[in-house]
Design a protein. Structure first.
Length: 94
């Protein structure tokens, strides 16, 4: 696992809008996680705990019943954010 450095953190577009001091304050709260294919990050209605930035790979976003084969999943790729509004507002993941 690569360390999340301030330099790396500042490459994330959402973080680039912060001051250097704000980014440094945020840095200890940032951790890199790797997930295997098929692992669920969160479910609609779950209480928010993290928001995710996709640096590499792809994440399938499924809404509603995952057994519904009629609707196709949306995919979030590098540069995408997942769950940020839930974390900021404290409302369940949508």
């Amino acid at each position: 696992m690569a360390e999340v450095t301030l330099e790396r953190l500042l490459k994330i577009p959402l973080i680039q809008n912060l001051s250097l001091e704000q980014a440094q304050t945020l840095l200890p709260q940032v951790q890199e996680v790797f997930r295997s294919a098929g692992v669920t990050l969160f479910r609609q209605g779950d209480s928010p705990d993290y928001f995710y930035y996709v640096e590499d790979g792809r994440v399938a976003e499924l809404a509603g019943d995952p057994k519904d084969t009629v609707s196709l999943p949306r995919h979030a790729g590098p540069g995408s954010y997942l769950g940020r509004y839930a974390v900021v507002t404290g409302r369940p993941y949508q």
